[in-house]
Design a protein around this ligand. Structure first.
Ligand code: NAD
Ligand code: MG
Length: 335
């Protein structure tokens, strides 16, 4: 009987999960054709605990801002895994920090969902950016590389002008670039340090959003990358955590302001994600070696695991989501 079979297989599948991944991987749970149960049922299941690398990680450090291509292991930005389904067809997106990390994962996903994409990054990151541009072009989408330093207001204005001109408009702005440098004490944070963190994380989104707004029509989306640091700050990220609280308030306030214009504003709050920012001064070596190990999933996230959130927040079917912060933190921290 079909119903009875379903009940039994469901019970067995649940048992398999309880027994851990080894059981799932080697035991055909139903049927006798030798195919794993999940294939038989016509869907894929992946165990989030073992899907990506776990600590301990090798000690490593790079000069800021770091390159994803030089990390060990290399982060997964969805290069070989993200599959699109036309969710952002014809859209025009600008993503800051689009060369690596969450920005790169969003850029790849947006292109595969049918969007044209401009990315901004620092000139030192040209090698990472070239890989992203090639991946966007491979999807047959327009790809714009606009390097430059976001701490400069004039450059921020120029970035929007160039993105609008090159893409033929703009309807998704992802304020994702960020600066994070670990310092044991407030006494170790120089005024230059503090200024650089504020300029990159707080002023740049303000300047970019002001410049972009006249170009954004109803249906457009503004997305911020904030952090669990906004609500659960680490002692060694004193300046950075304040900027992430500011990013979260940016989203909640601006969403109220722009609701009447039909422009949605949302944020993504990652937990510990394996990116260049962490190996170029963002984390102590001690934290890096055990990175993500203290989350319930016992590993850091990979940028690829957040790509679908950036897609969802920009897509038409999330039309009632504005002023929201979507978290992805392996069970640790709150958005
Ligand atoms: P990343 O280093 O890959 O990306 C950050 C990008 O910011 C860089 O690639 C760089 O292009 C850009 N950037 C920094 N300073 C700049 C400047 N002055 N001008 C222009 N571009 C500049 O690291 P990531 O972790 O993907 O960071 C993306 C966002 O995610 C940041 O806002 C960061 O605060 C946030 N975040 C990261 C984590 C994490 O654990 N990795 C957790 C929570 C939030
Ligand atoms: Mg980078």
């Amino acid at each position: 009987m079909k119903n009875e079979e379903n009940k039994i297989s469901r019970r067995k599948v649940i048992g398999g999960i309880g027994a851990g991944i080894a059981t799932l991987a080697v035991t055909p749970l139903i049927g006798n054709a030798g195919a794993p149960a999940n294939q038989k049922l016509g869907y894929d299941m992946e165990d989030p605990r073992v899907k990506f690398p776990k600590p301990p990680f090798k000690e490593q450090s790079q000069p800021w801002p770091g390159l994803a291509s030089q990390m060990n292991p290399r982060p997964d930005h969805g290069e070989t895994s993200y599959r699109g389904s036309g969710r952002l067809k014809g859209r025009k997106a600008l993503i800051t920090g689009g060369d690596s990390g969450m920005g790169r994962a969003a850029a790849i996903a947006y292109a595969r969902e049918g969007a044209d994409v401009a990315i901004n990054y620092l000139p030192a990151e040209e090698a990472d950016a070239k890989e992203v541009i090639a991946l966007i072009k491979k999807e047959g989408r327009k790809a714009l590389a606009i390097p430059g330093d976001l701490r400069d207001e004039n450059f921020c204005k120029k970035l929007i002008t160039e993105a609008v001109a090159g893409l033929g408009g703009l309807d998704i702005l992802v304020n994702n670039a960020g600066r994070q440098q670990t310092r044991p004490s407030i006494l170790d944070i120089s005024s230059d340090d503090f200024d650089a963190t504020m300029k990159t994380n707080v002023y740049a989104p303000f300047w970019l959003t002001k410049a972009a707004l006249p170009h954004l029509k109803a249906g457009s989306s503004i997305i911020a990358t904030t952090s669990v640091q906004a609500t659960d700050p680490s002692p060694d990220l004193f300046d950075y955590a304040q900027t992430k609280a500011a990013n979260t308030s940016f989203v909640r306030s601006l969403a109220k302001q722009l609701g009447s214009k039909g422009i949605r504003v949302n944020g993504v709050a990652p937990g510990p994600i394996w990116t260049a920012l962490q190996v170029s001064g963002g984390a102590t070596m001690e934290k890096l070696v055990n990175f993500g190990g203290d989350t319930p999933l016992e590993r850091p996230g990979q940028p690829a695991e957040l790509a679908s959130i950036y897609v969802q927040l920009a897509a038409n079917d999330a039309s009632y989501a504005t002023g929201q912060i979507y978290g992805s933190a392996g069970g640790g921290g709150q958005p």
